[in-house]
Ligand binder design. Structure first.
Ligand code: 0PR
Length: 365
């Protein structure tokens, strides 16, 4: 640390020079995050000092968190769903697995997780000392109910499915899997961290939520397609009080118990998330999602004109290709199987897709 600090001008020119080292968002095609909606940024700035970890000091902010949970509960067909705002999909998935473990009493627990699941489940199972059983994918890059059912035994504490897989943008057959979970009386967690803010707004929504009786919990991330500021995730539970199973005593806080993972929790991105939902409404979100899906289809069609085949037929706005090279300075990502992956987020506009396709064509020549 500098003993006498520095001037504000010096400090901010240093920070600005460092920010310039970051990748220009116009070239980022690899991210499931996007530029925050201006409404989210404005709401975030209003609530900078708020801490949901001690909600009795910020009752107004805490009521906005409850409102956010109610908005998602309603969107997911269970208006009285329980839940809270997490730091994102990783925390939601860890907490869902923690909850599943708390509700079961087995000495050697296992969870059944799709091969396509996000790596946060590895962290969850590691922390919780739970065995992971991986469900292989079908040729359509989804898991199937019969293959998942074969892995269930008396020590299975949870089944997991993904609504919008990280790598290929696929939605598992949640309806079939929910039936298997219900028949076996197993906790069923749907990771809709990405798809939860896409699927409800598609022209033909795919059933994935509490409308399916077997679904126990859902993870959804406003800081992905919800265009909120980072970090903003939500964990939703079918039963309003389910999370109480995770309560621990917090004697010196304004609340005497908490079930969250983090202690201090930022209110600002949570309010940012709610602000975007309320500002855009369902029609506004449908327009955003329709744009992202149109761009995804255009990208796939454009790549096909160069002889590049898609690696999957995605349910959400993730396009993957059998291709091993991308033009600079674009930032794409690569799946474990070596496919090129582009996430058509709101900042990836139609113009940017055309610019990428044009640069891709030039690279091929
Ligand atoms: N579940 C799913 C289905 C996800 O896709 C992700 C993250 C998570 C859970 C975990 O969410 P958090 O990262 O919020 O904890 N998916 C992206 C990924 O790993 C996250 C990401 C975002 C990566 C932006 C890079 C990036 O630039 O690919």
């Amino acid at each position: 640390m500098l003993s006498n600090g520095c001037t504000e001008d010096d400090l901010f020119s240093f920070l600005a020079s460092k920010k310039k080292e970051d990748i220009d968002h116009r070239y980022i095609l690899s991210s499931m995050c996007t530029l925050p909606h201006p409404i989210a940024a404005r709401a975030h700035a209003m609530f900078l000092e708020t801490n949901l970890g001690d909600p009795g000091l910020f009752p107004g902010t805490a009521s906005l968190e409850q409102l956010l949970i109610r908005r998602f509960g309603t969107l997911f067909h269970k208006p009285d769903a329980g839940g809270y705002a997490t730091s994102g999909g990783t925390e939601s998935n860890i907490q869902a697995m923690r909850l599943a473990k708390a509700l079961c009493h087995t000495k050697t627990p296992n969870v059944i997780v799709p091969q396509s699941a996000h790596f946060s489940f590895k962290k969850a199972c590691d922390i919780l000392s739970v065995e992971t059983r991986s469900v292989p994918l079908g040729p359509d890059k989804r898991i199937h109910a019969d293959t998942a059912a074969e892995l269930i035994d008396k020590n299975t504490i949870a089944l997991v499915a993904v609504a919008g897989t990280t790598e290929y943008g696929m939605v598992d057959p949640i309806g079939d899997l929910a039936k298997v979970a219900a028949q076996n009386d197993i906790f069923f967690h749907v990771d809709a961290a990405f798809g939860g803010m896409v699927i409800p707004f598609l022209d033909k929504p795919i059933p994935f939520d509490f409308s399916l009786p077997g679904v126990t919990t859902i993870a959804v991330d406003p800081h992905k397609m919800g265009m909120s500021t980072i970090p903003a995730g939500c964990l939703l539970t079918r039963e309003p009080d389910m999370l109480d199973a995770l309560n621990i005593d917090t004697p010196y806080l304004t609340v005497k118990k908490e079930y969250t993972l983090a202690g201090t929790r930022p209110g600002a991105p949570v309010v940012g998330a709610l602000a975007v939902l309320d500002y855009l409404g369902t029609e506004g979100m449908k327009a955003i999602v329709a744009g992202c899906m149109k761009n995804t289809r255009r990208l796939i069609a454009g790549m096909e004109t160069y002889g590049i085949q898609p690696a999957a037929n995605p349910d959400v706005n993730v396009a993957t290709f059998v291709c091993d090279k991308a033009p600079a300075p674009w930032r794409v990502s690569w799946t474990r199987a070596g496919h090129m992956r582009i996430v058509c987020m709101p900042h990836v506009t139609a113009d940017r897709i055309e610019a990428f396709l044009s640069d891709f064509g030039d690279m091929q020549c």
